[in-house]
Design a protein around this ligand. Sequence first.
Ligand code: CLF
Ligand code: SF4
Length: 284
Amino acid sequence: MEEVSRHPCYSEEAHRYFARMHLPVAPACNIQCRYCNRKFDCVNESRPGVVSEVLSPEQADKKVKGVAAQLMQLSVVGIAGPGDPLANADRTFETFRKIRSSVPGVNLCLSTNGLTLLQHLDEIEELGIKHVTLTINAIDPKIGSRVYAWVVENGVRYEGKEAAELLISRQLAGLKALSERGVLCKINSVLIPGVNDAHLPEVSKAVKSLGAALHNVTPLIVAPGSQYEQEGQRAPRPKELHALQESCGREGMKIMRHCRQCRADAIGLLGQDRSADFTWENIE
Ligand code: CLF
Ligand code: SF4
């Protein structure tokens, strides 16, 4: 399928030839993951300890035009932070709209925690966004309450199991609705030893039944200053990650194994961030 074969994250083969560019236009977030510290980029799709300079939609559009003129391998423009793109929906969709008209050949990619996904299905479809990543770390609210401290919706703050229940129900309904509209959904899950490791094969099975195209299990990297750091939560060992990817694969899901946990402002082939080559001076 054309959309998959040109997307470096959805296709292991494509990541050798095609580049992605992230636009850090989305600073706010509507939930609190216990592994995240808001001073840094969203850990769901990034390495913690990295701070991206937030761009306005106008600046982002200018940057894409400049980079597309020089980076012939560019096939995907994604918005993945530094907070949650849909908690900044106006900025995110304004940016996508501009790029759709100024660089029509690139695929648009969106990464979100999924809390407000159901409210944006029409915009996603109208803009022709064919790739959406949802970070789903649990489908059991008891486990979810150990991952999320709180969730805010319409000015109301939810905590504990209630917060996890709300988030999970929105994520699963959003995944089903998007898949039904033909959007290729990738699920990112952060592997948190002792919290959701034994549970992730069940997550894999559930998201597959709702139409997910790909499951990306990434190792927890505890953000400095996060709640998990204060509690001494450890990261998984490489062999634990591999074993878990294998067991998720046994649930019949296609597993992504080449994720590089990119920054919210990364540019280039995966694992080869060239954002420093594309400064304002270099692209004007
Ligand atoms: Fe970016 Fe994410 Fe789109 Fe890829 S990254 S928004 S799906 S274009 Fe890719 Fe980077 Fe892993 Fe993400 S390697 S962190 S999975
Ligand atoms: Fe941080 Fe979670 Fe919000 Fe991402 S979704 S910015 S990891 S709290």
